[in-house]
Design a protein around this ligand. Structure first.
Ligand code: SF4
Ligand code: SF4
Length: 280
């Protein structure tokens, strides 16, 4: 996920060409000033400002809960996601690395399913010079592939390494919580296919949803809580040694958060203390 030489080459070329065309310095201020709005138009009619797939499901706040005690590392989710979303070979919208924990002879293996966290405060949005990434009112962070020019700013800004350069579309790509499925009332492909029953998906604003009720009943963890991104992918049984041990750095957070619908109240769940996390 660090980016291949080919990906870096594509990004470098696009940055160079974009700079020649626009003459715009790639500073945060320059980017913000140059950022077009969705109302300026897109060639993808499904993502016109105001279209249901652009706005999302108002009043909902989608989230995922992953119980690491149940993940068996089978990669069924990884494969299902690739088929569902036509993810090119060598790239992943979700992936399940395995890690060794502890010191010999007291060691064990753990699996850590990863994906875009659909953060409450996504640091990927503010840095996008093309206005190609946005947050729906149900919290899903999306990319308009017709607007993305592949500069890679968001890839660098994401502290969770969740984005990659798609060598086929030549745009940035990532998990979308399978909006093409959830907008039809289906589960994301990774949840549907999870052999261990480790992944749950639901609406944080619906107290009856499986995720909301599970979050009320037990302490949970998120990756890199100190980034301030407020991930909406929660974990049960996440070892403290893995929680912050991911590549990437926090950068900006998005001003778009305030216009991104009705956030679920944080008080509904209890982030585990280190001691609780180690004893789940
Ligand atoms: Fe997803 Fe990263 Fe953006 Fe968070 S910052 S919404 S993890 S791409
Ligand atoms: Fe783990 Fe479920 Fe993915 Fe298998 S399908 S690797 S059990 S999260």
């Amino acid at each position: 996920m660090d980016g291949s030489a080919e990906e870096r080459s594509i990004r470098a070329r696009r940055n160079f060409l974009k700079g020649m065309v626009t003459g715009t310095a790639t500073t945060a201020a320059g980017i913000a000033a140059a950022k077009p709005t969705k109302a300026a138009g897109t060639v993808n009619p499904g993502w016109e400002a105001g279209a249901p797939s652009y706005v999302g499901q108002e009043g909902r706040r989608w989230a995922m809960l992953i119980d690491l005690r149940k993940c068996i590392g089978c990669q069924a989710c990884t494969v299902a996601c690739k088929f569902e979303n036509n993810v090119p070979e060598g790239h992943f919208r979700t992936w399940v690395p395995d890690v060794e924990l502890g010191t010999y002879p007291d060691v064990r293996r753990a699996f850590l399913p990863r994906l875009c966290n659909h953060c409450e405060r996504p640091s990927c949005i503010e840095v996008c010079p093309a206005g190609a990434t946005w947050q729906r009112k149900d919290g899903v962070v999306e990319i308009d592939y017709d607007l993305c020019w592949g500069c890679g700013s968001c890839v660098d800004a994401c502290p969770y390494d969740a984005r990659f350069m798609n060598p086929v579309t030549r745009t940035v790509d990532k998990c979308t919580f399978c909006t093409q499925r959830i907008d039809q009332g289906l589960l994301p492909a990774c949840v549907e296919s999870c052999v261990g029953g480790a992944r749950q998906f639901g609406d944080l604003n619906d107290p009856e949803s499986p995720v909301a009720s599970a979050l009320r009943e037990q302490p949970v963890q998120v990756l890199k809580p100190e980034t301030g991104n407020e991930p909406r992918v929660f974990y049960i049984g996440l070892p403290h040694s893995l929680q912050n041990n991911l590549p990437g750095r926090p950068t900006l957070w998005s001003e778009d958060r305030d216009t991104a619908g009705t956030a679920a109240p944080d008080a509904e769940w209890h982030l585990a203390t280190d001691r609780e996390a180690e004893h789940v």
